[in-house]
Design a protein around this ligand. Structure first.
Ligand code: SF4
Length: 386
């Protein structure tokens, strides 16, 4: 039986740059779209040998804003990937979309080419906050995009939110959650990702905060927001299955679960990463260089890191602990080692600090997961294994 592999496709074009954004995305490079997509399809074909050997279980179009470009390009990429179709594959095919770039025609094309999940970047339900963070859509655009998804019969929708945000209070955040929850049945919202705002050095958002033009709640209120989030979403059927992700039962992101299970994946496009044969690869993040090197049959990989056994074991623990359920000690045996021999100090220390739960399963195995406190200070846990 062929092993599963996930595919990530990076579409780096955006209408404008959001003030907090640290992704590899470009504005005003629309003239390169066609050349870029042709190059990306070439990159897929360069990997034909690997793709023939594996079963593509998931595909994820991320960015950038994949919904910004003409849907014929998405179809072109899917047609290329479809050359490697086998039985029971392409279980989950997701595309990220911004509310103001979705149209009915695009959604219909997505469905036709096999996309079965849309992830919409809402981020906030407040137009003034969306403006502060440089988003170009409004709440009205979001509502409209959901109606279009309904019309196109898209039945698996994920929503992205961010917190804390400038000028967002806990009560306002509560309203946002109530609003999204109120739409879940009518619009097939099955999954919600809620990311913690990161303020990157040199970003416009950092400037606005430093100059006092906008402010963000203090740590106490942020902590209350986090608790509110966990309680409210769980009460309404969105089970927390990963540090930032909540879903209705059975609608966890299969693509991301493959990452957290240390599964194999190939990333195509500028700045895309891959993990294959215990090695991490990263493509150039210069789009001109990417296109040129693909066309001249040169390498586009700029970082290549082979992980040794200890690296793999550490990474396994860090990735698995992101999942709410954690992992079983017996799963670690795939490395031919006992986790309690390799990481006994780290595990005991974190358990004593109340950051890890280590629970016996019928005296035969152990389940290891982050405690509630551990998930609040996860970075301290990761540092132990780095
Ligand atoms: S839409 Fe996403 S990728 Fe594009 S600028 Fe905004 S945050 Fe960055």
């Amino acid at each position: 039986m062929k092993q599963d592999i996930g595919i990530y496709i990076h579409i780096p074009f955006c209408v404008s740059k959001c003030y907090y954004c640290n992704f590899v995305s470009y504005v005003n490079k629309e003239a390169l779209i066609k050349e870029y997509i042709d190059a990306l399809c070439m990159e897929i074909l360069r990997n034909a040998e690997i793709l023939s050997e594996y079963k593509i279980s998931t595909v994820y179009f991320g960015g950038g804003t994949p919904s910004y470009i003409d849907s014929k390009y998405i179809t072109q990429i899917m047609d290329t990937l479809n050359l490697f179709r086998k039985e029971n594959d392409f279980l989950e095919v997701t595309i990220e979309a911004n509310p103001n770039s979705i149209t009915l025609e695009k959604l219909q094309d997505y469905k036709k080419c096999g996309i079965n999940r849309i992830s919409i970047g809402l981020q906030s339900t407040y137009d003034d906050i969306l403006k502060i963070i440089g988003r170009k859509h409004t709440l009205e655009d979001f509502k409209n995009s959901l109606s279009l998804c309904k019309e196109a019969n898209i039945t698996n929708i994920s929503i992205d939110l961010i917190y804390p945000l400038p000028n967002l209070t806990k009560d306002m955040f509560d309203e946002t959650l109530n609003y999204v929850i109120s739409l879940k049945d009518e619009y097939n919202i099955k999954h919600i990702s809620v990311y913690n705002l990161e303020i990157h050095e040199g970003s416009r958002l950092e400037f606005l905060l430093n100059e006092g033009y906008v402010s963000i709640v203090d740590e106490d209120e942020e902590y209350q927001m986090k608790n509110l989030l966990d309680e409210k979403l769980e009460e309404n059927g969105f089970l927390k299955y990963e540090i930032s992700n909540y879903s209705l039962y059975g609608y966890e992101s299969k693509h991301n679960i493959n990452y957290w299970n240390q599964g194999k994946y190939l990333g195509f496009g500028v700045a895309a990463s891959s993990f294959f044969s215990s090695t991490r690869y990263k493509n150039t993040d210069n789009i001109e260089e990417y296109i040129k090197n693909i066309n001249s049959l040169n390498d586009i990989v700029v970082e290549k890191e082979s992980l040794d056994l200890l690296d793999l074991m550490k990474e396994f623990v860090i990735l698995k602990l992101r999942l709410k359920e954690g992992f079983k000690a017996s799963e670690f045996k795939k490395f031919g080692k006992d986790i309690f021999d390799i990481f006994s100090n780290e595990l005991n220390e974190l358990k004593d600090l109340g950051l890890l739960n280590i629970e016996s399963i019928n005296n035969k195995d152990y389940n290891i997961s982050l405690s509630k406190r551990g998930s609040e200070v996860a970075n301290i846990v990761w540092e132990k294994f780095i």
